[in-house]
Write a protein that binds this ligand. Sequence first.
Ligand SMILES: Nc1ncnc2c1ncn2[C@@H]1O[C@H](COP(=O)(O)OP(=O)(O)OP(=O)(O)O)[C@@H](O)[C@H]1O
Ligand SMILES: [Mg+2]
Length: 231
Amino acid sequence: MARKTTVQRAQQHRSLITHEQPKSPISEQFRTLRTNLQFSAVDQDLKSLIVTSSHPAEGKSLTAANLAVTFAQQGKKVLLVDSDMRKPSTHFTFRINNTMGLSNVLVGDFCLETVVQDSKVDNLDVLTCGPVPPNPAELIGSKAFAQLVEHAKKLYDMVIFDTPPVLAVTDSQVLSQYVDGVLLVVRSKVTDKNESVRAKNLLEQTHANMLGVVLNDRSIEKNSFYYYYGK
Ligand SMILES: Nc1ncnc2c1ncn2[C@@H]1O[C@H](COP(=O)(O)OP(=O)(O)OP(=O)(O)O)[C@@H](O)[C@H]1O
Ligand SMILES: [Mg+2]
């Protein structure tokens, strides 16, 4: 059997801090993020959002997963969808299998209810990516995707989509049109400010509803944590 690379090992040992350490300062920051999102959408029906960023490895997947847990902890029925069909990772975070998922629903092989999996977190279901398709952009832009979002919104109180980076592929721009809002992740000391602005502009070109920015991995007194500020 081939030896696992360091990257593969890191992918497979992601921790879900909001579930494992709900009283930690990081989990508290996620609760603040949840509250701020609810305030930011006070006059809107915020039932679906995408989490994206300008480049890879800025914390989209961790933010999406922990935010989903935090909404579920509030008693909301939540679905987390791994719509990063380029580099799916949600199945690693939740330690569930990825034999079937989003791609199977989009090509019409299975319905959402059949392939959704229970997570170990109460009130939280997960739709993993499923087999990585050769044509992610086509699937993301399909009518089937728009229908899936509408169907999921009928079954759940909140649907959160993990997505690929905005400046790499158009998937997030396309997805932003199906959902009620967009959350942009910026990684402290890593993300170039101009690149985030470029990502924001691209999203706004498709009339995305920008909810705000998450500043990830900001270190204060040697602790890394998440901090949220509005748009
Ligand atoms: N605040 C943080 N503190 C420590 N490690 C972090 C933090 N945020 C992200 N990471 C680590 O950085 C890596 C990238 O995070 P993540 O997968 O969430 O980013 P991503 O934006 O989804 O990346 P990709 O574009 O590759 O999907 C992971 O190994 C993750 O554990
Ligand atoms: Mg990711």
